[in-house]
Write a protein that binds this ligand. Structure first.
Ligand code: NAD
Ligand code: UDP
Length: 310
């Protein structure tokens, strides 16, 4: 098939392009390289079935395609808060442009949505039926509300124009090719541990996240895209094993054999206290569950960061 991947030079997008090329598809990767890098896709550039184009999804795109994976959007708080207006534009205008394209060429389209649509949740773990608890005017809102509005657009294009949609709510995912300076907790802790720098725990470190290894996540994404027409989601994809940030820091210290110290820094505002996906729907509809433990996934990720951190 001809497949378009927006945000294809990013962390998740580049792994997705790898899998699609390995499966024999023709892949067009578009990216504005805001957080992604050509390094992530350098090994694909000479492949006859792969093409990369610099393009910002807030502008219309005219191509032929049968599948669209819409991943374009900075994902780490540091990056999406750097230019919050552009973040909302990327989610909202980007969704409108890609949905318009899907409508015109009758392509199936998958949206990389996020657990952030649940905000700081008061239901735990979070099932898809939970509507969330999101601050509309805080520093995370450009991302959270942008992604919520994108979901709205997906469902309105589906109801109004019969666009064939799949909405995936991705929970914290980590692995090789995360940007070393993107500020997300797994990359921060590993880079700090490898450099012997202090490990920065925000708040008391008792907040939780559930971390999914990238290979598992991409597997779930590919399965969702090929579910029967009419199944739209939203569907949670993530690893339900939940850890506090202190537990994560200890694990990273053990696996890197680092002697870095833990230091405590102020908790950023609106930082969710807990997060764990309810993946019953993914188990049922995608016949999917994660296979890689945090221990094994961190080992692979640490091996990657050893090659990029001097
Ligand atoms: P990333 O920052 O590595 O990748 C995002 C990519 O989108 C980058 O290559 C960036 O340059 C590109 N991009 C940003 N704005 C763009 C624009 N206007 N036009 C074209 N390209 C643009 O992040 P990631 O972790 O790979 O996330 C990919 C997608 O998955 C994002 O939509 C993100 O919201 C979603 N997601 C990721 C996670 C996670 O834990 N990694 C969790 C939930 C949702
Ligand atoms: N965090 C931390 N130290 C860091 C970076 C992040 O303690 O150096 C915390 C952050 O406050 C949050 C959790 O780790 O509670 C996950 O942060 P991340 O930015 O990776 O993802 P998100 O908050 O978007 O889930």
């Amino acid at each position: 098939m001809k497949i378009l991947v927006t945000g294809g030079a990013g962390f998740l997008g580049s792994h997705l392009c790898d899998r699609l090329i390995a499966e024999g598809h023709e892949v067009l990767c578009v990216d504005n390289y805001f957080t992604g890098t050509r390094r992530n896709i350098a090994h694909l550039l000479a492949h006859p079935m792969f093409e990369a184009a610099r393009h910002d999804v807030t502008f219309p795109l005219y191509v032929e395609t049968e599948r669209i994976f819409n991943l374009a959007c900075p994902a780490s708080p540091v990056h999406y808060q750097h230019d919050p207006v552009q973040t909302t534009k990327t989610s909202v205008h980007g969704a409108i442009n890609m949905l318009g394209l899907a409508k015109r060429v009758k392509a199936r389209i998958l949206q990389a949505s996020t657990s952030e649509v649940y905000g700081d949740p008061d239901v735990h773990p979070q099932p898809e039926g939970y509507w969330g608890r999101v601050n509309p005017i805080g520093i995370r809102s450009c991302y959270d509300e942008g992604k919520r509005c994108a979901e709205t657009l997906f469902f309105d294009y589906h109801r109004q124009h019969r666009v064939d949609i799949k909405v995936m709510r991705i929970f914290n995912t980590y692995g090789p090719r995360m940007h070393p300076n993107d500020g997300r907790v797994v990359s921060n802790f590993i880079v700090q541990a490898l450099k012997g720098e202090d490990i920065t725990i925000y708040g008391d470190g008792q907040q939780t996240r559930s971390f999914c290894y990238v290979d598992d996540l991409i597997d779930g994404m590919l399965r969702l895209m090929e579910t029967e027409a009419g199944f739209t989601g939203p569907v949670n994809v993530g690893n339900p094993s939940e850890f506090t940030m202190l537990e994560l820091a200890e694990l990273v210290l053990n696996l890197t054999k680092s002697r870095s110290r833990l230091v405590f820094r102020p908790l950023p505002s609106d930082d969710p206290r807990q997060r764990q996906p309810d993946i019953a729907l993914a188990r049922e509809k995608l016949n999917w569950e994660p296979k890689v433990s945090l221990h094994d996934g961190l080992q692979r990720t640490i091996a990657y960061f050893r090659t990029v951190v001097g």
